[in-house]
Design a protein around this ligand. Structure first.
Ligand SMILES: N=c1c2ncn([C@@H]3O[C@H](COP(=O)(O)OP(=O)(O)OP(=O)(O)O)[C@@H](O)[C@H]3O)c2ncn1[C@@H]1O[C@H](COP(=O)(O)O)[C@@H](O)[C@H]1O
Length: 176
């Protein structure tokens, strides 16, 4: 090679990969790029669940653990590292809005018969429900207690036992 010849450029096309060179410590860290919401949603839909193979991942105690995590994130107030802390810091209206959005997304997927997407949206909905409980100061035990109280009571019998005025007010055109 001639003395002043430039070194050959390593093209991405030829090698098929791009090498990241180490950055000098004195330079500021590059700004993190955030993908658009639609892209993040699409990515999440194909991510392998992290919990695969973790003991206890498939039982409902995961809700209790998640509730404790969200409580801890609220206490930390770390709005940079924690999505829960950030959402809680945005206030009750935002927390409630997110729960509503997730509910609508689940309704859409279920109505379309998209089983896998409905599972993912159900997890989103439960997470956002727990964030709402933390925001509202509701302990999971309060909800478990109410569910336990209702066990064995038929929904139809319960409705029939309501005071007549309330039944009339609740009359709807719902499909049977
Ligand atoms: N289960 C979840 C979970 N499900 C969904 N999400 C996040 O919820 C966000 C929903 O994104 P969206 O774009 O719909 O909403 P958004 O970012 O609030 O944006 P806007 O609607 O305001 O535009 C995404 O960042 C998801 O990653 C969750 N974030 C956290 N968890 C659990 O909560 C734990 C604590 O998380 P951090 O609080 O982030 O540490 C985690 O270990 C998980 O177990």
């Amino acid at each position: 090679m001639a003395k002043d010849a430039k070194p050959a450029k390593i093209s991405k096309k030829k090698t098929g990969k791009v090498t990241t060179l180490p950055m000098p410590a004195s330079l500021p860290a590059p700004k993190k790029l955030v993908a658009p919401k639609s892209a993040r949603r699409a990515e999440r839909a194909v991510l392998t669940p992290l919990h695969e193979g973790i003991a206890g991942a498939s039982d409902s105690a995961v809700l209790e653990r998640l509730h404790r995590t969200v409580l801890a994130r609220q206490a930390s107030g770390d709005v940079v590292a924690s999505h829960s802390a950030r959402l809680l810091a945005r206030g009750t209206a935002k927390v409630a809005q997110k729960l509503g959005e997730e509910a609508v997304e689940l309704v859409i997927e279920a109505t379309l018969g998209n089983h896998h997407a409905a599972v993912l949206e159900s997890a989103d909905l439960l997470y956002h429900l727990l964030v709402l409980w933390v925001d509202a100061g509701i302990a999971p035990e309060q909800v478990w207690g109410e569910l336990a109280r209702r066990e064995g009571i038929s929904g139809i019998a319960e409705k029939a036992a309501r005071p007549k005025g309330i039944v009339r007010a609740a009359r709807t055109t719902k499909l049977p």
